[in-house]
Design a protein around this ligand. Structure first.
Ligand code: MLT
Length: 302
């Protein structure tokens, strides 16, 4: 009998795949495997019994990878399983970065009891006018499963898409998406684009990549979408760039106390992959990975 501890809510459609040889336990201490979403397990003592951790999602920054490697604990994630959910929220974020829908909705709420609300709306609405994304340049940093879907969808909205990924050659990028203008450097993305969306993991080489030096070469009023991790952004530099108007909008799925109230920021509570479909896909992939490893010793990260 294998004991599996779920540290977050994992979709039932995945949990139902565990056969009778599995017991879902509340205790972390003697589990053979752990299923986790984005809750951090950095501070937990890893039990001797633990053979595997499956992260129902892409980012593994909530898992102590070094400790797992030292203890022979196999770590899985579910790349691509939630990519469509993230792609769709990025399309919404592109519009939110361009049209002041949130400002407008908040204002309407504030005058909702006024009997003249319809008249007020007509007077006020020009204050919330925005711009269109058609014809604008979108830089996609990171051309994994999410980045490529985003590039293709943005192309359908008639954006001009620039892509950058240090691990992908021009030829490979062309095969992934013929709509991407593959760039050779981050600087080209920073210099050319009106919008930037970033889809890379939080690792040493990506930490703080949005910093003063980067903002210096960007266009005035650049709109930045971060549905990857907050560590990619140098917070002080971003706040300063928002104050000066260098960054026109910063949409982040990772609110931090300092950032939430800064003008120009739209802070979203980590909803990128929070759709029924993405949660189901991640749960199914994660449970299948665990079963294949625990029952057959296979390590397959797909
Ligand atoms: C991910 O890394 O896949 C995302 O952060 C989604 C999530 O777990 O909510």
């Amino acid at each position: 009998m294998f004991k599996v501890n779920c540290l977050n809510n994992i979709a039932n459609v995945g949990l139902d795949l565990f056969s009778d040889n599995y017991q879902l336990v509340d205790e972390f201490n003697d589990a053979d495997a752990v299923l986790v979403r984005s809750a951090s397990i950095h501070d937990l003592e890893l039990p001797q019994s633990l053979a595997a951790i499956a992260r129902a999602g892409a980012g593994v920054n909530n898992i102590p990878l070094d400790k797992c490697a030292e203890n022979g604990i196999v770590v899985f994630n579910t790349p691509g399983a939630n990519a469509n959910g993230v792609k769709e929220i990025i399309m919404a974020a592109l519009i939110l970065a361009s049209r002041d829908i949130i400002g407008g909705v908040n204002w309407v709420t504030s005058v909702k009891d006024d009997p003249e609300v319809a008249k007020l709306v007509e007077k006020k609405k020009s204050k919330f006018a925005g711009t269109e994304i058609k014809g604008k340049k979108l830089g996609v940093i990171g051309l994994g499963a999410i980045g490529v879907l985003v590039a293709n969808a943005a192309n359908k909205l008639e954006m001009e898409v620039y892509g950058y990924d240090p691990f992908i050659s021009v030829d490979a990028a062309w095969k992934l998406s013929k709509y991407i203008k593959h760039t050779q450097s981050l600087d080209e993305i920073f210099r050319e684009c009106d919008y930037i969306t970033v889809h890379v993991p939080s690792i040493d080489s990506t930490k703080g990549m949005f910093n003063q030096e980067a903002f210096d070469i960007m266009k005035e009023g650049i709109k930045i979408l971060n549905f990857s991790r907050d560590s990619l952004v140098n917070e002080e530099d971003m706040i300063e760039a928002l104050k000066t108007g260098k960054v026109g909008r910063y949409i982040t799925d990772f609110p931090t106390p300092k950032m939430v109230d800064v003008e120009g920021v739209i802070a979203i509570p980590h909803l990128g992959a929070s759709t029924n479909e993405s949660e189901d896909n991640c749960a199914i992939m994660a449970v299948n990975q665990l079963r294949d490893y625990l029952e057959n010793g296979n390590i397959k990260n797909s």
